[in-house]
Write a protein that binds this ligand. Structure first.
Ligand SMILES: [Zn+2]
Length: 101
């Protein structure tokens, strides 16, 4: 399910996602980059070579239909398509992402 809103917090290098059920999460650009679900990044992480990119910024956000979102990162990587379900699960698992009201 798509979030109700996405707010870009440049100063905190993070995106805030709000889902309709009142759940809010702050996802740092770094977390998103390190969690990129594309085949290349998955292979790199499986080989223990993920997380090389540091101080990553978010260059662009592209909607992918109703399906999810594609992030373009400042290191030039633009192949990561994040389905909404994947994104929500990722943020639910990452305790630091939860925003307490
Ligand atoms: Zn990737």
């Amino acid at each position: 399910m798509a979030p109700e809103s996405i707010v870009d917090h440049r100063a905190r290098a993070a995106l805030e996602f709000c889902w309709g059920d009142g759940e809010r999460y702050l996802a740092t650009y770094q977390l998103l980059r390190d969690s990129c679900p594309c085949a290349d990044c998955k292979a790199l992480r499986a080989a223990g070579r993920g997380g090389d990119a540091v101080d990553v910024q978010l260059a662009d956000i592209q909607p992918v239909g109703a399906y999810g979102v594609q992030f373009v990162f400042s290191d030039g990587h633009d192949r990561g398509i994040f389905p909404w379900g994947f994104l929500k699960e990722l943020l639910e698992e990452d305790v630091q992402s939860a925003v307490t009201p």
